[in-house]
Design a protein around this ligand. Structure first.
Ligand SMILES: [Zn+2]
Length: 460
């Protein structure tokens, strides 16, 4: 049987070129040759085919020294790498930020990578320059020993300018867009104190008060078309600081700073890029209850800042429904994360106080509490959560509040059967609250039944 006659694809009259054949076909076609000659003979013929003396030398060398093949291969592969290839400065910065690298880490990775490809990663100074492009102009940032304040207009415009470099859109059409952002502030105490003196003795770096904003989405005005959306709205990744100050959070400071920034918001000019006009819409929702209380003039942390109900009123449902909620204060929104944690903590406290069935231990209840009933109840519940579900519930962490976080709360509610057993609370109550929390967190528009709506506005 001749080697070509067996190939079905090509007719015997026009045999394919050897190079075009598949590995299997090549094997078949050379079968007769391999049978009739020894490998040495074949290699000899092959080496004779090299016109170039160097190539012939390398070929023969490899046949004599197959143990060096790996080194030669590595050398060949290195030749194939494009040594002039490099990451762009902005790609490098993006990696630097997203991987949360330190300067030292970046330089270490760079020195390793650049051994193979010397120009692949740009130097650290290039990253610094690229970073500077993300900042507002320096004269728009006021810095003193005790605080830093960024001009809001310029911060927003810089953010927009950076975004416009990312997105693609129709440049010819005149369009009106809206940039939707959330902002807010909070204080944090117990920061590390550093060995540095301040010329003003009143400044103390153990407490810090901070105001920041997060861009959420950019959409076309009067439509649902979204141009850009923050992929991680709850992460600090896109968070932009507006103001920070070394000072303990207090009512006056909160009010003054919020008023100042709200004044700036009132006078914001739209951002114009070609034919596109972008209006800013900032909502003050990054706030905790303490800030809400300060801003609404609610004097007690136990009081509801929407309807003014005190703990005393809260067990009397008819009194609660008679209250008129201040709908202005709806603007602070509901943090779905904190709704989980607070509802969870509320249920825990009810469970601790089950022995005397009252919210705060006063009068004779105080005596029961002093008899350490509550402590026993508390420890028993915490212990059981730990052994049955592995959850650390309501345990005070050193300098950082309690171990109760969103995950603990979510587990508490989703395993409502176990939670009810441990706490002694009604299973149905926990389950129903679980449903409500899931509805709040779903992000969907919810049709509230009419009978609840009337309760809501206090008209019943
Ligand atoms: Zn209320």
């Amino acid at each position: 049987m001749s080697p070509t006659s067996s190939t079905k694809e090509s007719s015997p009259s026009t045999p394919k070129l050897f190079a075009q054949l598949s590995e299997r076909q090549k094997r078949r076609r050379t079968e007769a040759l391999r049978q009739s000659s020894s490998p040495e003979e074949i290699n000899y013929v092959a080496s004779k085919n090299f016109k170039d003396a160097d190539a012939k030398y390398v070929f023969n060398y490899l046949i004599d020294h197959p143990e060096h093949a790996k080194k030669v291969r590595q050398f060949c592969e290195d030749l194939l790498i494009d040594k002039d290839k490099s990451l762009t400065d902005s790609d490098s910065l993006s990696m630097y930020v997203n991987a949360d690298l330190t300067k030292r880490q970046y330089l270490l990775i760079r020195s390793m990578i650049n051994k193979i490809s010397p120009k692949l990663m740009p130097g650290y100074t290039k990253i610094q320059h690229e970073k500077e492009k993300c900042y507002p102009q320096t004269d728009m940032i006021s810095v003193t020993e005790g605080f830093v304040k960024v001009n809001l207009q310029s911060l927003l415009d810089t953010t927009m300018y950076r975004l416009f470099n990312l997105i693609t859109f129709n440049h010819d059409e005149i369009q009106e867009w809206v940039m939707f952002l959330k902002w807010g502030c909070d204080g944090a105490s117990g920061q590390s104190m550093y060995k540095q003196t301040f010329s003003d003795d009143n400044i103390n770096d153990s407490s810090i008060f901070m105001c920041s904003m997060v861009p959420l989405k950019l959409y076309i005005s009067n439509s649902t078309d979204i141009v850009w959306q923050n992929p991680t709205p709850s992460s600090s990744r896109y968070c932009r600081p507006i103001y920070f100050k070394y000072e303990k959070e207090n009512k006056e400071l909160t009010k003054r700073i919020i008023d100042e920034i709200e004044e700036e918001i009132k006078h914001l000019r739209p951002f114009v890029y070609g034919n596109v006009i972008v209006n800013y819409n900032l909502v003050l929702t990054m706030v905790d209850t303490k800030i809400c209380n300060d801003l609404t003039g609610t004097d007690s942390a136990m009081k509801c800042f929407i309807c003014g109900a005190t703990p005393r009123n809260m067990n009397k449902l008819d009194q609660i429904f008679d209250k008129t909620p201040n709908s202005d204060n709806y603007r602070f929104g509901i943090s779905s994360l904190h709704a989980w944690i607070r509802t969870f903590e509320c249920l825990l406290h009810i469970a601790y106080n089950l022995p005397f069935k009252s919210w705060s231990a006063r009068g004779e209840n105080k005596k029961i509490k002093e008899d350490s009933q509550i402590c026993r109840e508390m420890l028993k519940i915490q212990e059981e959560f730990r052994s049955k579900t592995g959850l650390l519930v309501d345990i005070v962490k050193q300098g950082a509040g309690k171990t109760n976080d969103g995950n603990t709360a979510r587990r508490f509610f989703s395993e409502y059967k176990t939670s009810a057993q441990i706490t002694g609370l009604n299973e149905d109550l926990i389950k129903r609250l679980f449903v409500i929390l899931q509805v709040i967190a779903s992000g969907l528009h919810i049709n509230v039944p009419r009978r609840f709506q009337t309760v809501h506005t206090g008209n019943s």
